[in-house]
Design a protein around this ligand. Sequence first.
Ligand code: DCT
Ligand code: MG
Length: 399
Amino acid sequence: REGRPAAVETRHLIQDTLPTEGSPPTPVATVSPPTPVATVSQYACQRRTTLENHNKIFTEAFEVLAESYEFNMNEGQCLAFRRAASVLKSLPWAVLSLGATQDLPCLGQHTKKVMEEVLYYGRSFEVDNILSDERFQTLKLFTSVFGVGPKTAEKWYCRGLRSFSDILADRSIHLNRMQQSGFLHYGDISRAVSKAEALSLRNIIDGAVHAITPAAAVALTGGFRRGKEFGHDVDFIVTTPELGKEDRLLLNIIDGLKRQGLLLYCDYQASTFDMAKLPNHRFKAMDNFSKCFLILRLESSQVEGGLHSVEGDSRGWRAVRVDLVSPPLDRYAFALMGWTGSRQFQRDLRRFARAERRMLLDNHALYDKNKKEFLAASTEKDIFAHLGLEYIEPWQRNA
Ligand code: DCT
Ligand code: MG
């Protein structure tokens, strides 16, 4: 790898800049609601939410509250604050008074009280209390480790553990392989991944895929497809036109990455997808497609403009979290839709489908309960059309 003419070689490999499917227009910001205020839907999938957030002071407060409720297993309140944040993110204007929120959906008494504090004092005391709470701080720290969820974090907290050194010094704690890698690469993978790093990874995955079969395809998805400049990982969908070869493709990619010395961690999950078991009446957090959660070694020389690294880091490489999913080709549109996110946008798409259309949507399929049949889709546009929704571009799905 050393000595390759990086600047020349990587530049022609980078195919285009993101987002690829139409670019956001130059934003025109206003600070007051246009009169009359256009009706704002309660569903994120009927709103266009770009990365331009005019109400950060409120949404950041709501996100702290949502996370705190999540740690306390209070799903209802957690979702209420996530919904409220999402509504405010979609507004092309900044809320300057409570009066301006009168016609907005999903804002209850509690959210309005927080907004009132923020408007009056520039801060919410409830949020300040959470941020200075030892339990919240500790759970936030523990869940920032790859492989550590709220339940494990809570367990460790209840044992009196408060820091990483407490955990690593406790002989009674058995870390699984994922958590061991999480601690090993903590410095790197807790640092944001830049768009240039994501594009360079796309070239690497693209190379690995095409060395196997030229017929396979790679698509960048997740937050980067929505136009984000930074992400916590990089998500890809890989597909092969040969039905039933999805597991094989993924295993071959993993093998290729390993031979290049790029594989630092790999958790591979074979497909458990079975069309005969659909539709899912209850939504499951994880889809059944063949997938792998990786930590890859990314060389600075492969990234245009170099790594997004910290001062004084002279290693010339960093570890990055990468997810690869490989759905069967006829499931591609549903998988792409789900993995493009945002989580809130997808949550509301499914809620809209169920409540307004009597349809069941997930990463695998769309089922019409009235007609008792599955609706086929080869593009995301097909899915929006089946649901009777206006098409929303990926960069407008930042709900
Ligand atoms: N997703 C999914 N099933 C999972 C995990 C994720 O359908 N088991 C979807 C939801 C959003 C998308 O995939 C990408 O997930 P993240 O990487 O967590 O979110 P992101 O929007 O890409 O944000 P980030 O920039 O932090 O990576
Ligand atoms: Mg992501």
